[in-house]
Design a binder for this molecule. Structure first.
Ligand SMILES: Nc1ncnc2c1ncn2[C@@H]1O[C@H](COP(=O)(O)OP(=O)(O)OP(=O)(O)O)[C@@H](O)[C@H]1O
Length: 571
């Protein structure tokens, strides 16, 4: 596309120039403008030469010379050779600077001619070697075409400028060409104005390879321009081609070169970008381009045929790319959904943490209140315990109760020795044969008559069970002669019922009941030890090895004892 634009532009310029020349410009105007244009170009050439060789070296060349002055100033060839050697050192191995350097001939004119011939000849050879356009030797003589000399100088100037900016100075005029006619003058044929230079430029452009295979279409562009120029100039004689046309063609060539350089630079940039993005183009055969695409770790080499016969391959390639694109889009959506879900979950977790923190704070406040209440409760409980046990102490740490057994069945007719029973005393009728008085009175904490129930007997003992759980030691024992009812009072009759249960059953029942009540506040351990004291011998009744373990003897006239931690029953 770029090539087409360049070709079209160049053709348009050439056509416009030719058209202007042929139809719009009158002969009078043309001659005037031609002379003006030639003068300007001559001044440009002279000025550049003067600048290159300096004022002294260019003493024979005015800044704005006429055609004759220009021709005479360059006639010796010294300026031309020196300028050329400045641009391309050694291009002219030897410059004949003065008559003394050559043959001494008194006739200055003859000497100048010889000098001119040698220098100009060497200049011609060097210019030809560099591929630059030159002029004919006769152009330096009177009647010669100074315009050709001007063109040659301006071409050398252009070469010099391109060389100074680092470009291939000779590329414009094919400077890489080896001189094909070394040692001969480079003479432009009259029937081919600029045709040689154009041909050289085209051939060089065709060979010019800025980036390998990427400029294969360039000859077509050159051919387009060449065709136009040739079509316009082929039927023209040299004298029919005005200087204006030559000048315009030169400008066209310069514009063409500039745009071509831009185009190649742009192509270089494009190829570099494609290489950076993982796409490389290599031309493998005419009409076939191999496209190499690298995307991440996936390398796909796709051979794209530019002919219609390979359209199915293109379709398959497009389909595959479409599927990959669809899959990629789906995965992108899935990732977005996962991210959304993650954000939602994270927000939920943060909300839960906040609620948990609030609940925990509220629980702490409630717990603080409970701890305060429990502390108060314990204080009250402790106070209550102390008061309770103080009452028990006031009642007496040792309490003695008396129970009268009723008559057993079959002995109901016998008379009782109990005369009178009050709450805390009992009167006994004794035999009068031993004393003056026949009755005696005894005081106790409480006296239970024959009709007293097991419940009534235990009622005065029950407060002591609570004292046991408060840490007080308690011992309950029964004392009396054989058959007086000790076992009955402490345990109960043989056929045991709830009403007939004695003190130990009721005491233990209360003990476990209270410990169960206080289980959230206190922890109690209960153990049982059962011993027998008989005939002043103490024996452990729970020993399982068959050998009764004897305790140290005590003077107790009891049947057996029951110890329970700090509560003991003896009867
Ligand atoms: N309050 C009572 N009511 C009815 N029966 C009773 C009462 N007290 C004792 N008995 C009866 O009297 C009998 C003797 O009582 P118990 O065995 O308790 O006497 P004990 O003092 O333990 O005798 P020992 O010292 O020989 O063991 C038993 O048959 C018992 O049931």
């Amino acid at each position: 596309m770029a090539e087409g634009m360049v070709s079209f532009s160049m053709a348009s310029v050439v056509e416009d120039v030719l058209q202007q020349h042929g139809t719009r410009v009158s002969d009078v105007d043309l001659a005037s403008r031609k002379a003006e244009e030639a003068a300007l170009r001559r001044y440009e050439a002279a000025g550049w030469l003067r600048k290159m060789v300096g004022v002294v070296g260019a003493k024979d060349l005015p800044a704005e010379p006429s055609e004759e002055e220009f021709r005479l100033g360059l006639r010796s060839g010294i300026i031309l050779c020196n300028v050329l050697n400045k641009i391309q050192p050694g291009a002219v191995p030897k410059v004949v600077e003065s008559p003394g350097d050559s043959i001494i001939v008194p006739d200055g004119a003859a000497l100048s001619a010889y000098q001119y011939f040698e220098n100009v000849r060497n200049f011609h050879v060097a210019m030809q070697g560099m591929g630059l356009p030159t002029f004919e030797a006769s152009d330096l003589e009177q009647g010669g075409k100074s315009a050709r000399i001007v063109n040659c100088v301006l071409a050398l100037k252009s070469y010099c400028e391109r060389k100074q900016v680092g470009a291939n100075g000779s590329s414009k005029f094919g400077g890489n060409l080896k001189p094909s006619n070394s040692g001969k003058y480079f003479v432009r044929k009259n029937g081919e104005p600029f045709m040689n230079s154009l041909s050289r430029s085209q051939s060089l452009n065709a060979d010019q390879n800025l980036n390998g295979d990427l400029v294969h279409d360039q000859p077509e562009m050159d051919t387009s321009l060449s065709t136009l120029v040739r079509a316009a100039l082929s039927d023209k004689k040299p004298e029919e081609v005005p200087t204006l046309v030559e000048s315009m063609l030169s400008k066209v060539m310069e514009e063409f070169e500039r745009r071509l350089a831009n185009h190649n630079e742009m192509m270089k940039t494009t190829i570099k970008d494609m290489a950076d993005s993982g796409v490389s183009l290599t031309k493998t055969a005419p009409g076939e381009v191999k496209v190499k695409v690298e995307e991440k770790n996936v390398t796909q080499v796709k051979k794209v045929e530019q002919t219609h016969g390979n359209s199915s391959h293109d379709e398959e390639l497009k389909s595959r790319l479409l599927r990959q694109r669809t899959l990629f889009d789906q995965q992108t959506r899935d990732v977005q959904e996962l991210k959304h879900c993650l954000r939602t979950t994270r927000a939920g977790m943060q909300f839960m943490q906040m609620k948990y923190h609030e609940e925990f704070c509220n629980l702490g406040k409630h717990l603080h209140g409970l701890v305060h209440a429990a502390s108060s409760y314990h204080k009250v409980l402790e106070e209550n315990r102390k008061l309770y046990n103080q009452v028990q102490d006031l009642k007496g740490s040792i309490r003695v109760y008396c129970r009268v057994r009723p008559f057993l069945p079959g002995a109901m007719h016998r008379s009782s020795t109990v005369d009178h029973i009050e709450e805390g005393s009992i009167s006994i009728v004794t035999s009068s044969k031993y004393g003056k008085e026949g009755r005696r009175s005894f005081n106790f904490n409480q006296v239970f008559g024959p009709s007293a129930t097991q419940e009534e007997v235990f009622a005065d003992t029950r407060p002591l069970i609570r004292s046991v759980l408060d840490g007080y030691n308690v011992c309950i024992f029964a004392y009396g002669q054989t058959g007086s009812g000790k076992t009955f009072t402490m345990s109960g009759p043989r056929e045991l019922t709830e009403q007939s249960q004695g003190v130990n059953y009721r005491a233990l029942s209360d003990l476990f009941f209270l410990s169960e009540q206080r289980k959230d506040t206190f922890y109690y351990e209960v153990s049982v030890q059962m011993i027998e004291i008989y005939n002043e011998q103490v024996r452990d009744l729970l020993v399982t090895d068959g050998l009764s373990r004897r305790y140290p003897s005590q003077s107790f006239n009891f049947c057996f004892c029951l110890f329970m931690h700090i509560l003991s029953f003896i009867y």
